[in-house]
Every structure is written in structure tokens, then in C-alpha cells.
Design a protein around this ligand. Structure first.
Ligand SMILES: [Zn+2]
Length: 321
């Protein structure tokens, strides 16, 4: 497992800005001409400067560590492809997939109780998405439920979420467990794991068709690249999986869902993988340390969960069978 670090949003960069602001204020109070230390105005200015500096310095010295999970830096490969274009292609791929599900009468209608459940849970998690990716504040989030026995779920770049009936019915997920899956999937989009994988492929394989699709914008090149379909078929790395587990845990805890349910979720997933592994696990490779890593991080989010407003409405899983 790689070293864990605090997200860039809440690390020393903010402290540095604060420090330089204090420095500017303090130094601007110092006259450029030769000062007279006995001058009362000069003494007042120095005292004011000291007062300005002290609270800031004290705040810096006493700044509490970030509450929540700690993860590593983002992949540098993501910068090779523009986020807006990845999100546009993901939206196109999602629309096509939803249209196909609708044509096959496999799309849950808006009033379906299990879809309302998914929408409610995603709505509770979404306010915390911007902490991990400022672009997410402007995303047009969508949630759909597809009537398929697959044990699977995903969230594409730009916040396009789908759950398959099989993951709810076969694993008999509680609301807290659904929130853990939702948080995990949202994290893949928020931390742009798909974008960095495509960036890595562009860097290592020189995927010309992919670049043509991204930058050429002709229908032919877009179809050749099929970026949207490509995003749907990505398999994530173990590092991405660990990051999705941890940030997902925090998102769900902040939304009022019990972080201990991440353990029961993955135990159910392991149980279901005896025999043929569910699609979810083949797209999201597990590792022997998963439960241990999650368990070790629960105390980091327990306080967030305890203080969070809890959902007023609770749903049950679909009837088994
Ligand atoms: Zn995953």
C-alpha cells in the first residue's frame, strides 16, 4: 500500500498563503525610511503588526490535523487529457447505455422505490463531493437503476451513476451499505481515475484513435475512439480501489451513514464471489488487505458520522428471490 497523505485541498498550501498574507501586512507597516524607535506612532504600528502576526502564527501552530481519511496525491497522467472532454464523452456513453436499457425495458421508472432510494442516498452524499473535486459542484449528476442480475454499479466521470438490480437484490444491501457502494463509485469519478487511466494509455501506447476522438471531434473519429464505451469498461488499479474505499467511507459517514457497514458490505461481496466473482469485483479488484485497511480508517470518520444529521427516511433491500 502506498504512503497516505492529506488531500492537497487542506494541506500546507493554504497555510502558506496565510503566512505570506501576514508577512505582507506586517512588513507593509514598517516604514521604508530610517525608523525612530521612540516615535509613538512607530511603536503603535509595531504593536499592531505584532498583534496581526500573533493570532495567525498561533492558528498555524495549533491547526488541527484534517478530520477524515488521508490519501495520496492525484495521478499526473490525468493532466494529459482535458477533464471537460472526458466528462462530455462519458455523458455520451452514459446516454447511449441508458437509451439501450430503456429500449430493452430494463430501466427502472422514476417512481420505482429502489430508484428513489438510490436518488435519496446520492443526494445526501453529493454535497461533500466538492471537497474532493471542485468541478463536481457543477456536475449534472444522474442516477439510474438497471434491471439486470449483474452485481455491479458505477459512476462515470461527470457524476453519471448506475446501479444494477443484482447488487441490491443478491447482496440484500442495507441503506448504509448502498451508501458505501455509492461513495466508492463516486470517488472513482471525483478522483478522475478513468481520466488518469486514459492519460496513461495515451502516454504509454500513443493511442492515436483515442486522441483523435478527444481532440478531433468528427463523428468518425469519435466512434473509432469510443471513449464513452472505453470509460465504461475500465478496470481500476488496486491503489485506485483503496482510494475509492477510503474517500467513499468518508463521503458516506459525512452523509450520516454508518462507516462500519463498509465491512459488512465487503464481507457480503466476498461471500458472493465464491463460485463466479461478481462483475463488480472483476472491474474493482479486491485485495487481502481491503477489510483491514477499511477497519483501520473507521476511527478517522467515526466522529464525522456521529455528528452528521441522519437520514429521516430508511429503505429496505428488494425482496430476495
Ligand atoms: Zn472500485
Amino acid at each position: 500500500m502506498r504512503a497516505l497523505r492529506v488531500p492537497a485541498l487542506e494541506t500546507g498550501r493554504i497555510a502558506c498563503k496565510c503566512r505570506s498574507a501576514i508577512f505582507r501586512k506586517t512588513t507593509s507597516l514598517t516604514p521604508a525610511a530610517t525608523p525612530d524607535p521612540a516615535d509613538p506612532a512607530r511603536r503603535r504600528l509595531l504593536a499592531a503588526g505584532a498583534l496581526l502576526a500573533q493570532p495567525g502564527a498561533a492558528a498555524l501552530a495549533q491547526a488541527p490535523p484534517r478530520e477524515g481519511v488521508q490519501v495520496g496525491p492525484r495521478s499526473s497522467f490525468e493532466s494529459l487529457v482535458p477533464a471537460a472532454q472526458i466528462e462530455a464523452e462519458a455523458a455520451r456513453g452514459y446516454r447511449e447505455m441508458i437509451a439501450q436499457a430503456r429500449a430493452a425495458r430494463r430501466l427502472a421508472p422514476p417512481e420505482h422505490v429502489q430508484l428513489r432510494r438510490l436518488v435519496m442516498i446520492s443526494t445526501r452524499l453529493r454535497p461533500f463531493a466538492g471537497m474532493w473535486n471542485p468541478r463536481a459542484i457543477a456536475w449534472q449528476w444522474e442516477v439510474n437503476l438497471i434491471n439486470s442480475p449483474q452485481v455491479n454499479a458505477f459512476c462515470m466521470p461527470g457524476g453519471k451513476i448506475a446501479f444494477y438490480w443484482g447488487i441490491l437484490a443478491r447482496l440484500q444491501l442495507t441503506d448504509d451499505e448502498v451508501a458505501m457502494v455509492m461513495g466508492h463509485e463516486m470517488t472513482h469519478a471525483l478522483r478522475e481515475h478513468g481520466r488518469s487511466q486514459i492519460g496513461k494509455q495515451v502516454a504509454t501506447q500513443g493511442t492515436i484513435a483515442l486522441l483523435a476522438g478527444l481532440f478531433g471531434w468528427s463523428n468518425a473519429s469519435r466512434q473509432a475512439a469510443n471513449v464513452g464505451g472505453h470509460l465504461l469498461s475500465l478496470k481500476y488499479s488496486r491503489d485506485d480501489e483503496t482510494e475509492a474505499d477510503l474517500i467513499g467511507l468518508e463521503l458516506a459517514a459525512r452523509a450520516g451513514y454508518d462507516p462500519r457497514s463498509a465491512l459488512s458490505l465487503w464481507r457480503k461481496m466476498e461471500e458472493a464471489s465464491k463460485g463466479a466473482p461478481p462483475a463488480f469485483l472483476s472491474d474493482h479488484p479486491s485485495n487481502p488487505d481491503r477489510l483491514h485497511t477499511i477497519a483501520a480508517n473507521i476511527p478517522r470518520v467515526q466522529g464525522l458520522f456521529e455528528r452528521a444529521p441522519k437520514p429521516e427516511q430508511r429503505f429496505g433491500p428488494p425482496l430476495a428471490g
